[in-house]
Design a protein. Structure first.
Ligand SMILES: Cc1ncc(COP(=O)(O)O)c(C=O)c1O
Length: 380
């Protein structure tokens, strides 16, 4: 084996920009196969409650659509996603020219930062907000303005006050990951009005709504109306969560044409693959699957919240498909012990939450197994 195969640092000094050298890579939830290898466990007995995926599996409607196009996979995908954009345009009552498709909504967050930021610009986001805001800002060499949280949630007044002359972008996650907190429509409306009044169109606001389908009906709101009202707003959504298509990597944004056009300029031509496009069209009108996702998640959240209360564990009431719980000094040990028992949850230590674990909602049987194992660990 050569020393390069050995993955040793050869001391090479590439002239990468310092902001790139300083990127701390995103830490994803541990894959099932990896845990099986590490602990010699049977992969079929492992449960993963670590990446906020949909435990119902691929919607049947999407599976059928995927099978129908498999023979065409030697061809590149439609670079403009005609059918998916048409379906989204109808659903959200906006022209197709307002929609950008992404390789997951993660791609849209990157595209917004690529389109709008250059060195010397600044980005405002909340402490404990989705980790990709930090990464997208860092990768552009822009300056981070990380605003102290209100508890575990966004403090929109403080975020407004933090906008300075170099700020070009504000990221808001609603609901937020990893904390599960939620901002009501009236708070967002008044934030957007203040930004418009004070800064005009100089500052873009990305409203990341990856978990919006999990909101109770009385909390839902038509955020696309803000896109109509405010030319500086980009709403991002995903098919990875309530639509059950995380592995296909597909998301979209809605923004007025001038912003959409900029994002499309920096987009890879074939960023959304054929399977993702057809599966998303099918899933978009699969109301039964969506409703089932919502209901199962609601029950799962209640189940976990009740269990935490019984066990005396502090948690943050969640509006997503996951829940953040505070295990104090024992968090790291509990995480390891859960892994040994074949349960993968997500440590969020590097998100500034050293005592917390984030648990994604699973199937009822998976939630029960998590609760049983956790109870055993705490009793030991
Ligand atoms: C708040 C938030 N936004 C965006 C994403 C990106 O998801 P995807 O790229 O799968 O659409 C996630 C993923 O967990 C998230 O939690």
């Amino acid at each position: 084996m050569s020393s390069l195969d050995n993955n040793e640092d050869q001391g090479h000094k590439f002239s990468a920009p310092i902001h790139v050298q300083e990127i701390a890579p995103y830490q994803a939830g541990k894959p099932i196969d990896e845990l099986a290898r590490e602990f010699g466990l049977n992969p079929d007995e492992i449960i993963k409650l670590a990446s906020n995926e949909n435990p119902l599996g691929v919607p049947e409607s999407a599976r059928k659509a995927i099978i129908e196009v498999v023979d065409g996979l030697a061809r590149y995908p439609d670079p403009n996603g005609f059918y998916l954009k048409s379906a989204l345009s109808e659903k959200y009552n906006v022209p197709s020219s307002w929609i950008t498709l992404g390789n997951g909504s993660n791609d849209l967050l990157e595209l917004a930062s690529l389109a709008l930021l250059t060195r010397g610009d600044a980005v405002v986001y909340s402490k404990y907000a989705f980790a990709v805001y930090h990464l997208a800002t860092q990768a552009r060499g822009a300056r981070h303005i990380v605003v102290p949280a209100d508890g575990y949630g966004h403090d929109l007044n403080a975020m407004f006050n933090a906008i300075d002359v170099e700020t070009r972008l504000v990221f808001i996650a609603n609901p937020n990951n990893p904390t599960g907190t939620f901002l009501s429509a009236d708070k967002i409306q008044s934030f957007l009005e203040k930004v418009k009044k004070e800064h005009g169109e100089r500052v873009a606001v990305v409203l990341d709504e990856a978990y919006t389908e999990y909101l109770d009906p009385e909390l839902r709101f038509d955020s696309v109306q803000w896109v109509r009202q405010f030319p500086n707003v980009v709403v991002t959504r995903t098919f990875s969560k309530a639509y059950g298509l995380a592995g296909l990597r597909i998301g979209f944004s809605i923004a007025q044409p001038h912003l959409t056009d900029l994002m499309n300029r920096v987009r890879q031509p074939f960023n959304v693959n054929t399977l993702g496009q057809v599966a998303a069209v099918a899933a978009l009108s699969d109301y039964d699957y969506l409703q089932k996702s919502y209901e199962m998640n609601k029950q799962g959240l209640e189940m976990l919240q009740q269990a935490f209360e019984k066990l005396g564990i502090e948690y943050e009431p969640s509006f997503g498909n996951f829940i953040l719980a505070n295990f104090g000094e024992k968090a790291s040990d509990i995480h390891m012990e859960l892994l040994r028992n074949g349960i993968i949850v997500r440590p969020v230590f590097s998100d500034g939450l050293p005592h917390c674990l984030r648990i994604s909602i699973g199937l009822p049987s998976e939630n029960q197994r998590f609760i049983d194992v956790l109870t055993k660990i705490l009793d030991a």
